[in-house]
Design a protein around this ligand. Structure first.
Ligand code: DOR
Ligand code: ZN
Length: 347
């Protein structure tokens, strides 16, 4: 068997990304713009992006701080609240501002305090989205105090997602950052209007990484990493060649001190070496030939967007991941901090 010394794929996109705002936005954006042609930008700012005008202004703030040589398009999303109007969502889609709308169950995660308290409250919005074909991006966890945090995704499928798709079978749904075998099974059993994104961390780590030998806050994100059997199910799904799975990093930067705290924030900043991280997994699974579909084809096909022109190359060279990065004055610890990865994105 010969060992590949490089692989070249069509330019990829990140279908789930947190860019934040202000100085942190300026610090993190170049990492994503270097790796990806487009990204679905999450709307969970404070205050959240709830209107067409909010999204237009946020998009402009992103474009304003793009490096001059970057060729990167931010795709904006609408943060759904109990008060979202169907007309606003449809107008945003028609004006080319909203590429999707995001459902955060209220208080499920970082920046979700204004999220939806009961999916029944947004029924007219969801019916409109089904009609116009606008994708619904779902943070799939229940927030019920009685449900163990490791079960919240599986319970969400039973209580919310399955009934939703029975009622609105044509709704385009991206089940975001899936973390369980149950989610894989659900996506497999659904029609082609249901897809899922998978993050690098959920392919690399299980919950031991976070809890064995001390609490490791830089491995904490939501949904939280689960048992090993779930990680293995995710790796199988991502590398299966199925068009239902695509790349979404959920890169979610928080200042080091906000994570290394008595109440540390959820979120893993994986943007700087995302492609190297995914390539490592695909190689370990003997599926490097399927990386391109996952990273560059399945997402745009699901969203009904053109595939990117151009290519990127990953070289088989060691990449030393820094312990910490300075993002315009904010120290942030990246995923794979201090590790060596076996691939390097060519400039
Ligand atoms: O870990 C997470 N961090 N999960 C989310 O859903 C939100 C994100 C963030 O915005 O920090
Ligand atoms: Zn996210």
């Amino acid at each position: 068997m010969t060992t590949l010394t490089s692989i070249t794929i069509r330019r990829p996109d990140d279908w789930h990304l947190h860019l934040r705002d202000g100085d942190v936005l300026r610090g993190v954006l170049p990492y994503t713009a270097r790796q990806f042609a487009r990204a679905i930008v999450m709307p969970n700012l404070s205050p959240p992006i709830v209107s067409v005008e909010d999204a237009r202004a946020y998009r402009q703030r992103i474009v304003d701080v793009l490096p001059h040589d970057a060729d990167f398009t931010p795709l904006m999303t609408c943060y759904l609240t109990d008060a979202t109007s169907p007309d606003e969502v449809e107008r945003g889609a028609a004006e080319g501002v909203f590429t999707a709308a995001k459902l955060y169950p209220a208080n499920a995660t970082t920046g979700s305090a204004h999220g939806v308290t009961d999916i029944a409250h947004i029924r007219p919005v969801l019916e409109r989205m089904e009609r116009i074909g606008l994708p619904l991006l779902i943070h799939g966890e229940v927030t019920d105090d009685h449900v163990d945090i490791f079960d919240r995704e599986a319970v969400f499928i039973e209580r919310t997602l399955a009934p939703l798709l029975r009622d609105l079978p044509g709704l385009k749904v991206v089940f975001e950052h899936i973390t369980t075998a149950e989610a894989v099974d659900f996506v497999e059993a659904s029609a082609s209007n249901v897809a899922a994104t998978i993050t690098p961390q959920h392919l690399h780590i299980n919950r031991n990484a976070m809890l064995v030998g001390g609490m490791r806050p830089h491995f904490f994100c939501l949904p939280v990493a689960k048992r090993e059997k779930h990680r293995l199910a995710l790796r199988k799904a991502a590398t299966s060649g199925s068009a239902k799975y695509f790349l979404g990093t959920d890169s979610a930067p928080h200042a080091r001190e906000a994570k290394e705290s008595a109440c540390g924030c959820a979120g893993i900043f994986n943007a700087p070496f995302a492609l190297e991280s995914y390539a490592t997994v695909f190689e370990e699974e003997g599926a490097l030939d399927r990386l391109e579909a996952f990273a560059s084809e399945n997402g745009p096909r699901f969203y009904g967007l053109p595939l990117n022109e151009g290519t990127v190359s990953l070289l088989r060279q060691e990449t030393q991941v820094p312990q910490v990065l300075d993002l315009c004055g904010t120290p942030i610890v990246p995923f794979h901090s201090g590790e060596r990865l076996g691939w390097r994105l060519a400039n």
